[in-house]
Design a protein around this ligand. Structure first.
Ligand code: MTE
Ligand code: MO
Length: 313
């Protein structure tokens, strides 16, 4: 099958739109607690104004859209539900347990995760529902965390789990109950180690709002958005392909790989084009063509050489 190669991502400069947040201090909890109060004197400056080259020369989706148009079914099914219903989620204290086929299993406290070398990453974000955004994340490479636990030779996959707190997440109980909890996701180990795969702890220069997956979530920009599991509490190295929530729920609609691919339609809609949120015209002229691997083919296509990309959707 033919793989269209999109123009290379501008690898030189942080986009002008993002100057404001790379200049701004990204504030990290010096002591536990009060993460939501970023900006108070209790926080220490941590963002290394790094220029990794991972940016896109496209207009950033406005912050208000990034933080109010969300998918986070633990808080309801509507796009506005996560922002409206996530006020009670407590992102501190928080730990992420990393275990399984590793030499040094460890439970990381949030302070330790926020002390990882943080970077600005402006990424395209493409939801399987055919809308997209351009989002300025703050995060660190997932590979940096994996290095700390020393994966064993037989580790082939990485499994992720979202927190289960029905008392703070109304979609996990009662009327709004929708998916099986916890939300789970997975990557092949080589995908997880790809430099584009990050754990995000911030967006728009601030700690993550609850609706975006506070305090820490996965971002894999060449895959559909549902792979970007939010509010992670557990990461497990394994030798078997891990379950993923949408794949369990509708295996004929959502695959394990879920690489953005305009040539493989969802059974109920086309994936050939997308609506960039805030540019309007979901069905109209403003739709833009969807790029293979969401525009990251040059970086990641090699991960899948020899695989049938139509079958491994
Ligand atoms: N735990 C959890 N993670 C999740 C989801 C969810 O419902 N629960 N939704 C996914 C989907 S479908 C998308 S498109 C992205 C949306 O991320 P955003 O709201 O920050 O744009 O989160 C993903 N991560
Ligand atoms: Mo999505």
């Amino acid at each position: 099958m033919s793989l269209y190669r999109p123009p290379r991502i501008a690898a030189s400069e942080i986009t002008p739109q993002s100057y404001f947040f790379s200049r701004r201090s990204f504030l990290v909890a010096a002591a536990g607690g009060a993460l939501a109060a970023a900006g108070t004197p209790a926080f220490a400056e941590a963002l290394t104004a790094s220029k990794t080259g991972y940016t896109v020369d496209e207009t950033l989706t406005p912050e208000n859209d990034v933080t109010s148009y969300n998918n986070f079914y633990e808080f309801g099914l509507g796009k506005g539900d996560p922002a409206a219903n996530s006020k009670n989620l407590k992102p501190t204290p928080w730990t992420v347990k990393v275990d399984g086929l590793v030499g040094k299993p460890k439970e990381f406290g949030l302070e330790e995760l926020l002390a990882m070398p943080l970077e600005d990453r402006v990424y395209r974000m493409r939801c399987v529902e055919a809308w997209s955004m351009v989002v300025p994340w703050v995060g660190f490479p997932l590979s940096a965390l994996l290095d700390k636990v020393e994966p064993l030779g037989d580790a082939k996959y990485v499994a992720f789990e979202t927190v289960v707190r029905p008392e703070e997440m109304p979609g996990q109980s009662g009327y709004f109950q929708s998916l099986p909890w916890p939300y789970v996701e997975g990557l092949r180990l080589d995908e997880a180690r790809h430099p584009l795969a990050i754990l995000a702890v911030g967006v728009y220069g601030k700690t993550l709002p609850n609706q975006n997956g506070a305090p820490i979530r996965l971002v894999v920009p060449w895959k559909y958005g549902f792979k970007g599991i939010k509010s992670i509490v557990k990461i497990t190295l394994t030798d078997k392909q891990p379950p993923s929530t949408w794949n369990i729920s509708a295996p004929n609609e959502y695959g394990f790989y879920a690489n953005v691919n305009p040539e493989v339609d969802h059974p109920r809609w086309s994936q050939a084009s997308e609506n960039r949120i805030s540019e309007g015209g979901f069905f109209g002229a403003n739709r833009r063509p969807t790029l293979p691997f969401n525009g990251y083919a040059e970086e990641v296509a090699g991960l899948y050489s020899g695989m049938d990309l139509r079958a491994n959707y």
